[in-house]
Design a protein around this ligand. Sequence first.
Ligand SMILES: Cc1cc2nc3c(=O)[nH]c(=O)nc-3n(C[C@H](O)[C@H](O)[C@H](O)COP(=O)(O)OP(=O)(O)OC[C@H]3O[C@@H](n4cnc5c(N)ncnc54)[C@H](O)[C@@H]3O)c2cc1C
Length: 454
Amino acid sequence: MKRRDFLQATALLGGALTLPTKGYPSLLTGRQPKHVLVIGAGFSGLAAAYKLKKAGIKTTVLEARNRVGGRVFSHQPIKGETQTIELGAEWVGASHERVIELCREFGLELFDNRFETDLIYRGNHAKAGTWQFSPEMEAFWAQKTRYWEKLSAREKQKMDRMDWWRFLSRKGFTDRDIDLRELLDSTDFGESIRKVSSYSALAEYAESSEKNEMDLKIKGGNDLLAKKMAQAIGETSLHLGRKVSRVEQSNGGVTVRCVNGEVFQADQLICTAPTYMVLKIDWQPALPPDLSEALHALQYARIGKFPIVFSERFWGRENFDCITDSVGHYFYHGTKDQAGTKGVLVAYAIGDKAEVLHAQPKPARLQLILDSLRPAFGDLRSLVSGETSYYWGKDEYSYGAYAQYGVGQWFDVMPVLKKRFQAVHFAGEHLAEWQGFMEGAINSGEEVVEKILS
Ligand SMILES: Cc1cc2nc3c(=O)[nH]c(=O)nc-3n(C[C@H](O)[C@H](O)[C@H](O)COP(=O)(O)OP(=O)(O)OC[C@H]3O[C@@H](n4cnc5c(N)ncnc54)[C@H](O)[C@@H]3O)c2cc1C
């Protein structure tokens, strides 16, 4: 059973998705809304608005930033050149059907963004293909999907009560195995695997492509898909620079106030803001206590991307990436298969490492990042021709990269966050089977619209 089906089955059994419509019957039963407001022009809000538009329903999107895409944020790091890197979402997974379909619909090209991973561990460098886990871990990893499929519903739910580090430790793998899993898997969850539910970890790995959904990228930048969706929704329906500060609900519908004083009204509202931002909105009436508690309970991963522009691609192969046990953490070639002599290695750090790098003055940060690569390449200072950085832990509109479901939260917190609040529906990556992915954001936005239209 896929995570989506499993979640629905268990949630329905427990009644977690029962919707509280009391007091607002005319808004929600038997007729489609004439006008829907959407908070957020990330992939979730754009996908929702695009689907509503196709269904012929008036839609207005309110976005706080001055750009669309949200946590999809493409960037040209070399002045005067078109090479594009991603400061937010990087990979489109081979299993991410909706992203791939939408790219096809809008004529966007996806290219191979798979890498072969070097390892720098305890001061030693091993090239891709020359390092391995223990035979026991290799065997477990090879049959993880079968292992997952054989688990009963009760066993899967039990896994949510244990963290991924403890789950692996209890299986008796070596310290080196666990160290390497920590380094690799923490890049997926954005925090140490000691903080991640073993249910959400194994579910993701068991259902992912061979490269763990690190497969493809949109040529010219992932934000092109956001721009195409925005174009299709139409300029007049999408308002940038509109930070929502207050939402009032009454029998007449939903009234939304923005920080700039503008007021918008509609029958229903889809809110795709990350949980930190949901809690910043003044809700009238107030959010139900269980929802408020769940919003406070869910943490977000701290990820920093620290791209360095080098005057030459000294790493030799286009599909170079490298996991390290130092503060730079994970490096990948951000300009893979893009023309030019210069190239960008993106240092992708998580948790405390990201926080530390972000806190340093520029020269100290650069030195720490270059030192992470020293065992493989020596002193790289003379090859540096630029740098930039983006730390999502302090992003004004998310205060995190993506949701990080901790122990016991997948089954306890997510169903509460998914509940409708009168005429307000919630969507976003944090509420999706493909949680933490662009695909999940799109799925979640579209699913809410399906509910509205049904
Ligand atoms: C560093 C990093 C790496 C990632 N890597 C990958 C990857 O490789 N592959 C992948 O598939 N995914 C990846 N992701 C995750 C992916 O980016 C997200 O899952 C997805 O983009 C989230 O979309 P969303 O619409 O749910 O949220 P968002 O993109 O955050 O959209 C919500 C929007 O709401 C706006 N907003 C918030 N509050 C208000 C308010 N009060 N009023 C108005 N607007 C408001 C925000 O500005 C934002 O634009 C990564 C994310 C990060 C940060």
